[in-house]
Design a protein around this ligand. Structure first.
Ligand SMILES: [Zn+2]
Length: 354
């Protein structure tokens, strides 16, 4: 049996294996403080039932591990939560991927772009010299900026972003254009870093006078040089519990509140019949809890630009709940994104800016 992290987004340290129990832990790497992301592959365990045990109860989600055989399609193991999960490998089931949550890799975005006919560009180089992808479309001068993975491990945001992009692509008014930067911390996504609370600071604390990440500097410059109207930044919250189990907005400045209220109303109505619901009940307002207006993050930076009408961070849970607000699946997240896209298209006429 071989347990390893030799995969895109891989992250695991195996401590020891005792009979059918595997003791393991996530790797923090350059993360300050605790975080919970892990992803690994098990080969050569066909026919066995293994129990995986972490040293913290904040490692395994509500529905067990995310499981995949191809790194594309993911489902829940439905066996365990907290610090442990169990998996029975069928005869012939020789290679299985397990992760904290349903991973979204560059290969997912490649497949999406191929399906809808979008051509990717190299937005800039990552810190490690990789080509950092983006797409742009539309003929207008009023820009919508869509971003995800300011925090490398937060894959749920990418599924929503994909759905948003699909809707905008199909119905974008001719006076608009869209820039999508799906993997802001691209190295972290590929290498399987936590990304959150990276030292000296992570990508979503880099919107300063002297950004250290080229991708952030380029987006800041883009914002200054274009008529940027709307920015939506897609994240995943903390591991789980309370608001972390629901879709919610992390709001921007006090000045933007009336416009975000309006957009939130659309979202409430539009998602009410969907699998994943946004109710507004869990939103974190400006200067509530950790959401400090002066924090140098993406939404705060763009919300202070005069041209920007809406700047919102959307948090999509890793697991969700079965209380009617929605359990996470790849399809449910993409569907939420498509509805989100319709709300973006609905918004300008009501805002009085058209
Ligand atoms: Zn985040």
């Amino acid at each position: 049996m071989n347990i390893h992290s030799n995969l895109i987004g891989g992250n695991i340290a195996v401590d020891r294996i005792e009979n059918d129990t595997v003791y393991l832990e996530r790797e923090l790497r350059d993360t300050e403080g605790d975080w919970f992301y892990w992803a690994f592959c098990v080969e050569g365990a066909a026919g066995r039932t293994l129990t995986f045990v972490f040293p913290s109860k904040h490692r395994v989600g509500r529905f067990g591990a995310a499981v995949s055989h191809d790194l594309r399609e993911w489902h829940w193991s439905e066996s365990g939560s907290g610090d442990t999960f169990t998996y029975t490998f069928a005869e012939g089931e020789d290679k299985v991927y397990f992760a904290h949550n349903m991973l979204y890799h560059p290969a997912h975005f490649d497949a999406f772009c191929a399906r809808v006919g979008l051509k990717q560009e190299v937005f800039c180089r990552s810190v490690k010299g990789r080509d950092l992808p983006a797409v742009r479309f539309g003929t207008g001068k009023r820009w919508i900026l869509l971003t995800a993975r300011h925090h490398a491990c937060e894959a749920t945001g990418n599924y929503v972003l994909e759905g948003v992009t699909e809707t905008l692509l199909s119905r974008l008014p001719e006076d608009f254009a869209v820039l999508v930067v799906p993997f802001v911390d691209y190295d972290g996504v590929v290498d399987g870093d936590q990304g959150k609370n990276r030292r000296p600071h992570d990508h979503n604390r880099d919107y300063t006078d002297a950004p250290i990440y080229e991708v952030v500097e380029k987006m800041m410059t883009f914002g200054r040089e274009h008529d940027l109207c709307y920015t939506f930044d897609f994240h995943s919250p903390w591991h789980m519990g309370k608001q972390n189990d629901y879709v919610f907005f992390s709001r921007s400045t006090e000045a933007m509140e009336p416009r975000i209220d309006l957009f939130a109303e659309y979202m409430k109505q539009a998602t009410a019949a969907g699998e994943l619901k946004y109710t507004g009940a869990w939103d974190v307002g400006p200067n509530e809890a950790w959401n400090n207006e002066t924090s140098p993050n993406s939404k705060n930076y763009f919300s202070k630009q005069p041209s920007v009408r809406l700047s919102i961070t959307t948090e999509t849970p890793y697991f969700g709940v079965t209380d009617g607000s929605g359990k996470i699946s790849q399809d449910a997240m993409r569907a939420l994104g498509r509805v989100f896209g319709h709300c973006i298209l609905q918004y300008p006429a009501q805002d009085g800016t058209v």
